[in-house]
Write a protein that binds this ligand. Structure first.
Ligand code: AMP
Length: 192
């Protein structure tokens, strides 16, 4: 079993590299952003709440996000035998603490955090490009700036958090998708 967190700023390539990791290691993908966008598209109560935060570039409150994750792990326990790739979660220290506990009670743990490190100007260009291609409502310049600010204030402390646990693997997130993946794979294949 291999449980990973794919970590990085909005636009750092988490979704793209997740797809390759899923194919290569047979992991179950949990993207909290995708789960929330699905609720918004279906017009559920949760979707209505999530939309008010997402459209402003803000994070959904920790308690709500943690209970969504707990529920996802319960409902999909039959799909997680090979391991899980967490994409977009955790985004705050309380979420990271909660994730450790949620996994512990299922006899699971995070084996590695893959941190995609990309220069800020490149991030903005990439997200604007994605906005044009996918019509994602939060991929506009104003919301992107807010999302990057939120990332710096609330999410970057997790880098130190996981470095302290000795499981953070920084990877240069610019260059070709294949080269980045080769770098990630060599680190994962060298885990004890
Ligand atoms: P993403 O697709 O991961 O970029 O997420 C899109 C948006 O969903 C974020 O900007 C947040 O508003 C919300 N979101 C996704 N995951 C989380 C999370 N773990 N905690 C709080 N908000 C989240």
């Amino acid at each position: 079993m291999l449980n990973l967190i794919i970590f990085g700023a909005p636009g750092s390539g988490k979704g793209t590299q997740s797809e390759k990791l899923i194919d290569n290691y047979g992991l179950y993908h949990i993207s909290t952003g995708e789960v929330l966008r699905d609720h918004i598209a279906r017009g559920t109560d949760l979707g209505k709440i999530a939309d008010t935060y997402i459209s402003e570039g803000l994070l959904i409150p920790d308690d709500l996000m943690i209970s969504i994750l707990d529920d996802l792990l319960d409902k999909n326990s039959h799909l997680t035998q090979n391991g899980v790739i967490f994409d977009g979660f955790p985004r705050t220290v309380p979420q990271a603490d909660a994730l450790t506990k949620l996994l512990e009670k299922r006899n699971m743990k995070i084996d590695a955090v893959v941190g995609l490190e990309v220069d800020e100007n490149e991030l903005v260009d990439r997200i604007l490009k994605r906005g044009k291609e996918t019509n994602r409502a939060d991929d506009n310049l104003e919301t992107i700036k807010k999302r990057l600010e939120v990332y710096h204030n609330q999410t970057t402390p997790l880098r130190e958090y996981y470095l302290g646990q000795g499981i953070y693997h920084p990877v240069k997130g610019s260059g070709s998708v294949e080269d980045i993946f080769t770098d990630i794979k060599s680190r994962l294949d060298n885990l004890k």
